[in-house]
Write a protein that binds this ligand. Sequence first.
Ligand SMILES: [Mg+2]
Length: 285
Amino acid sequence: MWLFDLDNTLHDASHAIFPAINRLMTAYVARVLGCDEATASRVRVDYWQRYGATLLGMIRHHGVDPADFLRAAHEFPALADMVRVRRGLAAHLRRLPGRKILVTNAPQDYARAVLEIAGIRHCFERVVAIEQMWVHGHLRPKPDRRMLRRLLVQARIAPHRAVLVEDTVSHLKRYAGTGIRTAWVTGYLRTIAPSRPHEVPAVRDDGSRRDAAVRSTLEAEDRRHVGHAAQEQSVTLVAAETQAPQAQPGHVPRVRARVPNRPAYVDIKVQSMHQLQRRMRRIGS
Ligand SMILES: [Mg+2]
């Protein structure tokens, strides 16, 4: 059984989608905080540094609904123009023997829309999106092990009979001890380092006023903080944020990542689905 990630595994999300998600996240934060985008972006940097994701800070300090946040961050009126897939993707997937499930930390509507546009919806027996990743009342996105174990039990498949196909190497690493096999897709990686929320090109001021604005926003939040510790522990990652290149609006980095050698916990390293299919044919199923 193949468990496929979506963004930057089956299509190029670094090109247009991740930068757009990044901008939508900043706009969402600005809306909730009632501040301008420059302040919102700095608050995001702070949350990213403190909690590992904007969403975690937004849950902790503002009690936002994760589903609402992620839906707002994935609203693309012109999605069809933003999805980039390599030619022959559907055929390569079809030629891979075995069952296929899509497992993405993105919302369901977005995932299904991308699959439709890419012409590969029919390749998957099931789409497991962020909405399906609640385990015992906690949101457990990739790389949570409980979520994956439950998925394998539901699919009635032993871990060693499953292959996770992903571009995010930290996910593969986290799952390494579970017995599942791993394929690392590197063809769409533009940068290795995790991104931070983009810096909005700010009004040039002396810096202190700007920092004071961020500080006062954060202090106001701390005063309002009512404690969402349980929820905070439960959300581990937001995909777009940890993979997206540092994007400025209107500027998409073209630099291809210098991909390091295959780590020990990665079973197969490939650039594309075409290469994966060729490699599997050579190895035999
Ligand atoms: Mg991905």
